[in-house]
Design a protein around this ligand. Structure first.
Ligand code: GN1
Ligand code: MG
Length: 367
């Protein structure tokens, strides 16, 4: 997926229930899925900014379900913040700006769904943590997110992407894409295919079906967290589209995948990649502190290989998308998904090799 949706015009922006007049709109380059813009409104109290986002309906087939989940989760967060009398509560949970007729998203003339959130000012997100202190803070926030959702009232959240972390299902989709070879790329990736198959068959993942299911984030990339720009304090968990029942092991794993690696997600210099063990130790401490004793023994046992497992899962997904012609993730060029695939498989190797040390970190943090 490489083409971008054009910036929303004044009419579309005017559909959202924000005071004042929309002035201008710039693309925000973050995330591999949606098209995101920052719009500025002129109000009597000065300029105000909002995030305006076109929901990717190739990825999220049911935007109403996504927004229903987002409303329920953010309202639940706000109730918890109010009970705790948390300072600056408006900066600690997203708030959906409704349309003027009270809906959670607006369809444009082409039928694309758009949504709007007030911009959380004075925040930054990080691709990599500056050090263990920031990693601890991030992990505490993501662990705290799971804690907060532990008492989310019934019914269960909608399943916005079926089989999202089903590794066997991801493996089957990869084999199907390989067999279909829709864009004639299969012959060029024989080595990657062999390596992926070897990993998938060797991946003696713990029996995930028996792990407790609870509302989790499901996409705990470090950059899905806003930090206060001056205090280095984790403020607001964002990107709530995949919040649904799942395993906390995948949340921890995704954080490990994105925060412990010296090297980018699409790193081409594979030999330079390293795992930062002190960052992992901080993640384990922070996550378990945030999760506040909610993890079971089976979940704790699975944490030491969680990062490798998520690197593998992402690697399989990137290779599948490469074989399908780059229809899911936004890419910078024709080999981008392949670069990502190789780097993530390398990261899976690196993390798996450290599993004994990672397990010690988890045990020590759980004491
Ligand atoms: C996508 O939206 P973003 O960039 O936070 C993807 C994740 C992948 C990630 C890989 C809905 O996350 O599952 O792990 O890219 N989100 C979806 O970087 O598929
Ligand atoms: Mg995302």
């Amino acid at each position: 997926m490489s083409e971008r949706t054009p910036a929303p015009g004044a009419e579309l922006l005017g559909a959202f229930a924000l005071a004042g007049r929309p002035l201008h709109c710039e693309p925000l380059k973050r995330g591999h899925i949606h098209d995101t813009f920052v719009a500025t409104w002129e109000t009597p109290g000065g300029a105000r900014r909002a995030v305006v986002q076109c929901i990717n309906t190739h990825v999220f087939r049911d935007p109403a379900a996504v927004m229903d989940n987002t409303l329920r989760v953010t309202e639940h967060q706000r109730r918890a913040l109010a009970r705790a009398a948390a300072p600056e509560a408006e900066r600690r949970a997203l708030r959906v700006v409704p349309t003027r007729d009270g809906r959670a998203f607006q369809l444009d003339d082409a039928g694309r769904p758009w949504r709007c959130f007030p911009f959380v000012e004075g925040t930054v997100s990080h691709e990599r943590p500056a050090g263990p202190g920031q990693a601890l803070e991030a992990a505490r926030a993501f662990g705290g997110f799971v804690s907060c959702l532990a008492d989310l009232p019934a019914p269960p959240l909608h399943v916005t992407i079926p089989g999202f972390h089903d590794l066997a299902g991801r493996g089957a989709a990869f084999e199907a894409a390989l067999a279909r070879d829709a864009v004639g790329r299969a012959a060029g990736v024989a080595r990657e295919v062999d390596a992926t198959r070897a990993w998938l068959s060797a991946a003696s993942c713990p029996d995930e079906a028996s792990l407790p299911q609870r509302p989790v984030h499901n996409d705990c990339k470090l950059n899905n967290l806003l930090f206060d720009a001056t205090r280095d304090e984790a403020l607001c968990v964002v990107d709530l589209d995949t919040v649904m029942e799942g395993s906390v092991v995948h949340d921890f794993g995704e954080l490990v995948r994105t925060a412990t690696c010296l090297g980018a997600e699409d790193e081409r210099d594979l030999a330079s990649m390293r795992v930062e063990l002190d960052v992992h130790q901080a993640l384990a401490r922070g996550f378990l502190a945030g999760a506040d004793g909610r993890l079971t023994l089976a979940e704790l046992d699975a944490l030491s290989t969680a990062g490798a497992r998520m690197a593998l899962e992402n690697s399989v997904r990137f290779l599948t998308d490469y074989l399908e012609g780059d229809v899911y993730f936004r890419v910078k060029g024709p080999s981008h998904n392949l670069d990502r695939q190789r780097a993530q498989l390398r990261l899976a190797d690196l993390l798996f090799a450290e599993r004994a040390t990672l397990d010690r970190h988890v045990r020590a943090a759980a004491r």
